[in-house]
Structures are given as C-alpha cells and as structure tokens.
Write a protein that binds this ligand. Structure first.
Ligand code: ADP
Ligand code: MG
Length: 385
C-alpha cells in the first residue's frame, strides 16, 4: 500500500456496529475532531449515543451501507462478525475499510484462522484438526483427547464450545451443533492467557502494546492485568508474533492476538479479533495512546501514537450481575464509593438495562506499580461485591 494521503480531522469516519467497543472508538475519534457515523440496527446503542450520525439499519443493508459510504472516506468495525460482504460493498463504493474485508474473513472462521496463523504467518497454534462431518469426528487423532470442540464460526465468550474426554463425547457434541463446521483442539495445560494488541497503519507501520494477562469467569473476560507478569523474552516473542500476523494479513487497524502460555512456557496463538479488545480497555488510562485512538490513527493514515505505558493497571469488567444484590433485588452499584478509590477510572457503556452476564462497563485501576494497582482493584471489587 502506497496511498499515504491522510484523512484529516473534520472528516466523518464510518463505524460498523454500535456496541461498547464502538462507543470508545467514537469517543477517541471525537476527541481528535473527527465525526463518526455508525451503522447499527439497534436504537440508542452504546456507540450511537456518542456518534454524530446513526444509520439505523442492519449490517448487511445495501441502502444503509451506501449511505455510510457516501459520508465516509474510511470505515471500521467493532465486532468480528460484521459481514465481510458488507465491508466489500463499502470498499467497492470507494470507502477504505480498516480492517480490510479479506483480513476479517480470515478471523471469522476458526479453521481458516488457525491455518493462516500457522502456515502463512508461521506462528504456532494449539494442536487441532477441522471437524466438518461425523467421519472427521470418528477419525480424529487419539492424541488430541481430551479436547475442546468449537464451532468454527460465531463463537464468543466461550459459547459454542464443548469439552470432551473421548471420541463418543466428541461425536455427541458434534451432533449437538447440528453438524456445523467445527474445529477440535487439544486441551492444553495453560499457565496464563495473554493478549497483545497490534496496530498497523495504511503505510505498514506497526506498533504493539504491552501484553496483557487475562482471567475469564464463565467464559467472559473478568480481569485484565497490564503489563502481564511474564519474562521480557516471552513478552518480546508475543509482540513479534502479533506483528508477524498483522503483516501477513496486510492488516490495517487494531488487531488483538490472544495467546496461551503453557506450563512449559510454550507460547501459542489462541485466536484473533479484528478490532479493539476487552483486554485492551486499560490502554485508555494506562498508556500514552489508547487502542481506540490507534484505531482512528491507523484508519485515517495518520502516524500511529506512542503505545508505551505510563502506569500499571488492573481492569475489572462490570457485568449486569452487579446490579442485583444477594436477594436478587435490583439496585445501582455504589459508584461514589468506587470513584473514591484512588486511581479507579470508571467507564460505563450507557446500556439502558442491566441484565446478568451483560457487559455494562469496566473499572481500570491505575497506579505506579502493579502491586498498588491490584490493591486498588481489590478495593473496587469489595465495593462491587
Ligand atoms: P472465545 O471465542 O469464546 O473467546 P476461545 O477459543 O478463546 O473462544 O476459548 C475460550 C476460553 O476457553 C479460552 O480463553 C481458554 O480459557 C479456554 N480454552 C480454549 N481453548 C483451549 C485449549 N485448547 N486448551 C485449554 N483451554 C482452552
Ligand atoms: Mg477468546
């Protein structure tokens, strides 16, 4: 890519999807003087609330996409299941899409993604095989048991996953998916789960953030620690892997690479997300440039910002469960008490209704050291109960 004429502040940036990741992108864009037009079917969605324009239409609506293309010299996405076909339509109308449709398409299918990471980018992944039929399930290598069957498409937050001990359970699990395409992975002894956010600009410039260390509860990211408590050598390797993958994808925008660190310090790629990531929320409060600002910079062809960290951070995800007390009565969490904790930064996504397991916001606790950040995070966790 040689086109380097940047899109300047004042322009309208297109956004596919109206969730919280889009909201934080729109906030970063507005801070730099860009307008945002969001394509999102849901009225009052988190990103629509803070965007200049809201095109209320489905993600694959031809008219909505054309209206977005008319307004926006470039567009991005905040969820990975954006139809790659929609991005192609925008591109055909002359709107630059970051990420490009071909890169998003790779990340939408776990089999394609694993093949790409391993064979094209040359970065190791977990031992696995594609399971597209009952015959495939019957023929899976014995060495892959016990393992996890994952639907190849549309899985998130641990949905569409089945842990199986043997071939019978695998067959049963495959049948319960109604025979959709799956990948079967060996269950690995994880020491840590890590993620690296890499940004790649139109000109091929790349920047990475420090690796984050991630903890899930019921399949949903609960706590993210920045920086991850790993050796310099592993941190460097993770960053190098992320850059290799972004380069191989000819990526433009913000890409999250999730890793498994095994008990023996083997580093494997788990999966990719072609967008800012939950585990990168802490970059807003702990880094010179946030992942959302980098998304704006990358898609507009502006120079990427300084990704270095000025603070350590522990990020706590806030789910709708926090709105229910022990007797299951509805009440607002004590935000005053949360904000009284030094270094606690509250981010709420403006969702009208708190439901259990719904991502409502997050609190990032920043401090000069990770120990202090943990202390503050524990104080916040006690308040949220
Ligand atoms: P999702 O799209 O739902 O995030 P992932 O592939 O990241 O799907 O899997 C969700 C979680 O399940 C991971 O974060 C990890 O904790 C666990 N997991 C997934 N694959 C494996 C594996 N091969 N070995 C051990 N744990 C795994
Ligand atoms: Mg994951």
């Amino acid at each position: 890519m040689t086109e380097t004429k940047p899109i300047l502040p004042g322009a309208t940036l297109g956004l596919m999807g109206g969730g919280q990741l889009g909201r934080m992108f729109a906030q970063a864009a507005a801070a730099m003087g860009y307008r945002v037009a969001v394509l999102e079917p849901q009225h009052g969605a988190p990103a629509a609330e803070v965007s200049a324009e809201h095109i209320e239409a489905p993600y694959n609506d031809a008219d909505g996409l054309d209206r977005l293309a008319e307004r926006c010299p470039c567009a991005t996405t905040e969820f990975e299941n954006v139809p790659a076909e929609s991005l192609r339509r925008l591109a055909a109308k002359g709107t630059l899409t970051a990420p490009p449709a071909h890169a998003v398409a790779v990340t939408q299918d776990r089999n394609v993604e694993k093949h790409f990471v391993e064979s094209v980018a040359g970065v190791p992944v977990a031992p696995h095989c594609a399971v597209l039929s009952e015959e495939d399930a019957a023929g899976v290598d014995e060495a892959l048991f016990p393992g996890i069957l994952k639907t190849a498409r549309l899985g998130y937050d641990g949905k569409g996953q089945y842990r199986v001990k043997n071939r019978d359970e695998l067959l049963q699990a495959f049948r319960s998916t109604n025979g959709v395409e799956c990948v079967f992975e060996k269950m690995l002894p994880l020491k840590l789960e890590l993620s690296v956010i890499v940004c790649r600009s139109l000109t091929g410039e790349t920047k990475t953030f420090d690796a984050a260390e991630n903890y899930h509860r019921n399949g949903i990211l609960a706590v993210s620690v920045l920086p991850a408590r790993i050796s310099e050598a592993i941190a460097e390797k993770a960053r190098a892997h992320a850059v290799r993958i972004a380069d191989a994808l000819e990526y433009v925008g913000v890409l999250c690479v999730e890793f498994f660190l095994l008990e023996d310090d083997t580093l494997l790629v788990n999966e990719l997300a072609p967008r800012p990531h939950n585990s990168g929320h802490a970059t807003i409060d702990a880094c010179v440039t946030s992942q959302y600002e980098e998304q704006v910079r990358a898609m507009t062809g502006m120079p990427l910002g300084d990704t270095s960290r000025h603070s350590s951070a522990v990020m706590l995800n806030i789910l709708g469960d926090e709105w229910f007390d022990a007797e299951n009565r509805f009440r607002d969490p004590d935000w005053q008490a949360v904000l009284a904790v030094p270094g606690a930064k509250l981010h709420l996504y403006g969702k009208k209704e708190a439901r259990r397991a719904r991502k409502m916001g997050h609190v990032t606790c920043v401090a000069p050291t990770l120990d202090e950040a943990f202390e503050r995070a524990r104080a916040v966790a006690r308040i949220l109960g």
